[in-house]
Ligand binder design. Sequence first.
Ligand SMILES: [Zn+2]
Length: 91
Amino acid sequence: MRKPAYRHDCPDCEFLGAFDTKEGERRDLYYCPRTEPGGSLVSRYGSEGPEYASVALDVFEHARKDNPRYVNWAKRYGLYRAYEIVKERKT
Ligand SMILES: [Zn+2]
């Protein structure tokens, strides 16, 4: 597994791996158990504090079913891949 490319300062986050978008942009994917109840998915695209996207795992689980725009957003940031990785681990 590749190492994180960007600085990330949450000590609780678990690195899931790297993701490359269709455009060749690098994302670092994390699972953060800090947010209750189900934790959240994090996609970091830079080392500056706000350079990340995240979503609560349980919110994503429901929203992805009937919201294609939301799914597209999640795919662009690699959050969909992060979701798949977490799901594979839990089963
Ligand atoms: Zn975290």
